[in-house]
Design a protein around this ligand. Sequence first.
Ligand SMILES: N[C@@H](CCC(=O)N[C@@H](CS)C(=O)NCC(=O)O)C(=O)O
Length: 298
Amino acid sequence: MSTLILYIGSKNLSSWSLRPWLFLRHHAIRFDEVLIPLDRADTRARILEHSPSGKVPLLQHGSTRVWDSLAICEYLAETFALPGAWPSDPAARAYARSVACEMHAGFAALRQALPFDATRDPEPVPLSAAVQADIERIRALWREARTRYGQDGPWLFGRFGIADAMYAPVALRMIAYAVPLDGPEQDYAAAMAAHPAVEKWIEAAAMEVPVPEPAPMPVPGPSSVPDITEDDFTDDEDTVVAVDSDIEAPPPATEPSVDDVAGFEIEPTPELTSAKPKAADQEQERRSKIRSFILPPD
Ligand SMILES: N[C@@H](CCC(=O)N[C@@H](CS)C(=O)NCC(=O)O)C(=O)O
């Protein structure tokens, strides 16, 4: 069997990458992971070296390339004959496919207003009517799937399937933006946040170096702009003027401790080896906020 290689984007940002990554990890399928940092000057060029769509995730399996999160999960389900990828009952399967496709093709307002941010401290933000409508729809379909089909386990259709992989980042968004949930939806989001592979993803995301904010452009006032003279330029090519001067240099390279949850190790990518871990106390605080959000009060 050829090696599987999954090309993904930054773990803090790439919700689409999380889906097949989690599906692979959940099923303890061995794969190599190549992480291409998003939002960098060379991101597009680097993705295009592998992915014809210019997007990640992409799965490479021998000479076969699959470049879409849902298509990758489908390919894995077929190639590895994964049990529970879709429910066996035809009516439940049709429902599961519908909700997975609804996610894949929809919820644009939610995705735009609540961008995926794996390590965000759970805090609410004002929600527009369109975002609220997306949230209500997601809550209704989680509730219905869990109530009608979820008797055999904590996932939408009991066993962990492709529909769950598709909704994993949605559950993390609900938590990250402290969207009020209750009953089966709350239990579902909590189960997702507690999935060992999801925890590993978030741990690795916390190790990523954030993309520096661009320095604010000075706004010229009518009389405050001095004339530019030749003295404002330098002939010295090594002199960098006012670029990144406020950005803290990353600490010496450290390797993230990515433990083996599913019987194999993920090689840390070069990008991650120079990562700056989120301070332990900050991460602790974030986790306790998540706990207080997902656990019902005593
Ligand atoms: N429909 C695609 C969407 C993939 C997608 O939009 N990926 C984003 C990252 S989450 C991407 O590659 N963006 C390119 C970029 O940031 O340059 C899928 O399901 O895989």
